[in-house]
Structure formats: structure tokens, C-alpha cells
Design a protein around this ligand. Sequence first.
Ligand code: CU
Length: 158
Amino acid sequence: MRKLLIAALLCQSTFALADIVVSEPYARAVPHGQLNSAAFMTLKNSGNKAVDLISASSPAAEHVELHTHSNVDGVMQMRQIDKVTIEANHTTILKPGGHHVMLIGLQQELNEGDSIPMTFTFSDGTTQEKQLPIKFVMPMNMDHSKHTEQSTEHKHTQ
Ligand SMILES: [Cu+2]
């Protein structure tokens, strides 16, 4: 009982100033030689003010940008955005086909099972560093007919 309480207090102190909880972050595994990748995560805002994710950085990539996808005449296009807003008491999910953190100019291979560090900076002045496991993610241009399937964890078929 006492142990649990101490653990809870330690957690509390880590996030004392941050209303945002970053959960289930991961980066997309890419084939050898590919220069870009993307990272995804869930951002939960437990505060009563909107908070923006304003930047991210990682030693694994030369540049890290915030991106979104938009459907332009039936073609999915990526573009850079200034921020990802997490409204008060809301959760914003960065996922394939939507908002994502773009890793440009990879400095290392991203193989399944590895992980990379990433630092997130928020508009409330807080930063958080996370370790992102590298996962296999279905390519974006695959069949999108199964829109109800929200699973981001697809199994490798080979
Ligand atoms: Cu992108």
C-alpha cells in the first residue's frame, strides 16, 4: 500500500506542471535507405485550457515537423502545420492518415523493436521526453475501405 502511494506521488511530481499526458507514442519502422518516417501518439489534456503541441525534436532525425494530411480532390496530401491543439479536457490522437510528427532526414535505421527518444514542447512552456518504440505501420496508400478499424498495431504478415 505504502509503495503504491509513493509511486503515485513520484508520478505526480513528474507531471506537476504539465496538463498534457503523452501516451502510446511510437514511430513507423521504415525499410533500409528510407530517409523519412513519422511518429504517432495520444495527447490527453486534463487541464481547463487548450494547449498546443508546438514542436518536437529527436536525435534520430535531422528535422522534425508537425504535419497533417488533407484530402485534396481525392488525393491525400501532407502539409506542415504550426501546432497541434489539444482542447481543454480533450484527447487528440496523432495517427496514420491524420496529424503526425514527421521525421525528416533519418540519422539511423528505424527497425521494429528499436526505440528512439523524442522531446515534445507545448505552448504552456512544458517539455516532455519520451522513448518511442519503432513499430510496423500499414503504408498510408493501402486500402482505406476499412475506415472503422482504428487499430494502429498491425501484425507483420511475414
Ligand atoms: Cu508528414
